[in-house]
Design a protein around this ligand. Structure first.
Ligand SMILES: C[S@@+](CC[C@H](N)C(=O)[O-])C[C@H]1O[C@@H](n2cnc3c(N)ncnc32)[C@H](O)[C@@H]1O
Length: 253
């Protein structure tokens, strides 16, 4: 857990600069799906730098908002984003198991691109649903196994295939059952275009400031170099636009 947190600490500033603007349409989709809400606080598990904040304060002014993230570096940037708003807090912690004080208390739980990183995503999803109060809503966006058939994510999967044992994605089939205590309102794929200046830039961002930082840190420079060569061999030249699809789950208690 510490290695994971450290890797995200090191990635935090680059993540904010490169991925936050590119992921913004999905963050907006997740926040837009929440209304209307009962009174009560909003919880943001795996908040990263808390890019959800603008959309949440726009839709739900005057709410208490709490972001939780494993990485101190991410939490620092989230706190900087929330500066001046005394209702917003960002805390360091494991979002997979929520403090019991949240149980049945939240108007909303919203999480973007964190779920697929957790060791048991279906168990975490059930815990997040248990935090909702009656009428409260859960909105979760995550990257599924079937994210795209072409584009940097697909090319990276191809480049990783001979080097890394594929992760077990059977938990994706257990997400809807994990929501049995709440009413599932939406389960759909949301695609938006994303553009990268070129393959080299997206590789650097992905491995230094994004989701592959923990892996590359653990496996070392030689691994990173070989992965880079293979990725660039498979990638197209020049500006690269793709349309990855994220899964959106919205449920109401
Ligand atoms: C891809 S970022 C997403 C951040 C933000 N929600 C966004 O949309 O940009 C994933 C975040 O999940 C955090 N994370 C990973 N495992 C976690 C855990 N067990 N508990 C809390 N946060 C975790 C990482 O530290 C990272 O900040």
């Amino acid at each position: 857990m510490n290695d994971l947190a450290r890797a995200w600490d090191e990635a935090a500033e680059g993540y904010e600069a490169y991925f936050v603007p590119r992921f913004a349409p999905w963050v907006r989709t997740a926040a837009d799906a929440l209304a209307p809400l009962p009174d009560g606080p909003i919880l943001v598990p795996c908040c990263g730098t808390l890019p959800e904040l603008d959309a949440l304060t726009e839709h739900f002014p005057g709410r208490e908002i709490t972001g939780i993230d494993l990485s101190a570096g991410m939490v620092r940037l989230a706190q900087a984003r929330a500066a001046g708003n005394p209702l917003v807090t960002a805390v360091e912690g494991d979002a997979a198991t929520l403090d019991p004080r949240w149980t049945g208390r939240c108007a909303a739980v919203v999480s973007v691109f964190g779920l697929q990183q957790l060791p048991e995503p279906d168990v975490a999803l059930a815990a997040w649903a248990a935090a909702l109060r009656p009428g409260g809503r859960l909105s979760v966006v995550y990257w599924p196994g079937a994210i795209e058939t072409e584009g940097p994510f697909a090319v990276m999967r191809e480049a990783l295939r001979p080097r890394v044992t594929p992760s077990d994605r059977s938990w994706e089939d257990r997400l809807v059952p994990a929501l049995s205590e709440v009413e599932l309102e939406r389960d759909e794929f949301v695609t938006h275009p994303m553009t990268h200046p070129d393959a080299e830039t997206v590789f650097e961002a992905y491995t230094r400031s994004g989701p592959l930082r923990p892996l590359v840190t653990a496996r070392g420079e030689q691994f990173a170099q070989e992965l880079r060569e293979e990725f660039l061999r498979l990638a197209p030249a020049g500006e690269w636009t793709h349309r990855p699809g994220a899964r959106l789950l919205v449920a109401r208690r």
